[in-house]
Design a protein around this ligand. Sequence first.
Ligand code: FCB
Length: 458
Amino acid sequence: MTLHLPAGPALSFGAASASYQIEGAIAEDGRGPSIWDTFTQVPGATKDGKDGSLACDSYHRYREDVDLVAELGADLYRFSVAWPRVIPTGDGAVEPRGLAYYDRLVDALLERGVTPTGTFYHWDLPQILEDRGGWLVRDTAYAFADYAMVVHEHLGDRVKVWATHNEPWCAAYLGYAAGIHAPGRREGGDAHRAAHHLLLGHGLAAERLHAAGCQDVGIVLNLAPVWPEAEVDPAAADGIDAIRNRVWLGPLVDGAYDAGLLRVAPVLAEADLVRPGDLDLIRGSADWMGVNYYTPVRPGPAQPTPAGETRHPETDAYPGVEPVTFVVREPRTDIGWEVDAYGLEELLLDTHKRTGLPLMVTENGAAYDDALVVEVPGVGRIVQDEDRRSYLETHIAATERAREAGADVRGYIVWTLLDNFEWAEGYTKYFGIVHVDPQNQQRTPKASYRWLQERLRG
Ligand code: FCB
């Protein structure tokens, strides 16, 4: 039984953010370096060569951001805590100035009547822990649970709904297999170790959070509907589903890694990795589940590689799976992701059936190139983003349909409030419902913000 997850008769609405994408102030108030600070310095790691050192400067401008959330009429604000701000050395002394930032943020939200929901890990691992092996080693899971407890002890009186990890698939497989996210490693099948340790960290934290009285411990997954193209090798399509979805759902729901997954990820059967008690700890540890959805996944037959080349970069993030090509149909957003609102409806229904857990759409949104800010006399600054507005409208409708069909979906949280640092894409993709001027960080609500505001305020 969760105690604090929204449970009203109507869907709750919110906006989401992540520490490294918006805060900036990477060397302020004792914050230690994170893997994203290091990774972004590698030439070519981000599309524009930029990093999160300034981002949206929300570390200093959080009040403005809270006002934007409150004025939107949102019930919820989803934020993440930067581990290297709170424990700069990863597992050592607590930095009170780091915690104080989140006090200010949370208090400002509560003053404005917005419910904060926190995520402990949205990818900014302290670099010092990566130097000791990062998520490939077991100790990181224990350090994570200790860190989560520090944050909860401090903020738990005001923040009641928590997620342990955001999209551990990205942390494990983009970070340790494809190498396109921090820490930028290409370890092939060893990336499955990271997946297990992320799950273990979740389980360890959940157990201790529950003992401390937190009843709303969730995990946020970027599950995907996997829709194989007719000609694809069924084993490859199964492998994609296994690594994208079942590697998380299996342990969380059944306390097991299934046989199809073990075929592509044999390390998950190693007794030294998956130790006695690990899977029991993970099973049933989530009180709710966050679903992040952008686009369906359509595995198709692999394209032949150029002569002499054996790598299939498309499947780098799915180690052990036979090569495929991901088919992307039209229409697409600016980041090249197919738009298909039905995918969200199906995913919510399937996830509800599979887990029986209360769900929240913890991220959904679209990148469109709408950076043009126009000054209209008598009206003010305007950013037109009809594509994004329409994306949000159709996906909110899909969420409502899934609810009507019986999926217990409590909230819909738009990604994202502000145009921000979009990981490997740098500042070249805009997901915000609020435009941020890269020159001076000035915030301008877009037309999609105004539309949502009207809808929420009635
Ligand atoms: C998700 C991330 C989020 C953002 C969106 C576009 O994978 O959780 O931080 O980058 O994609």
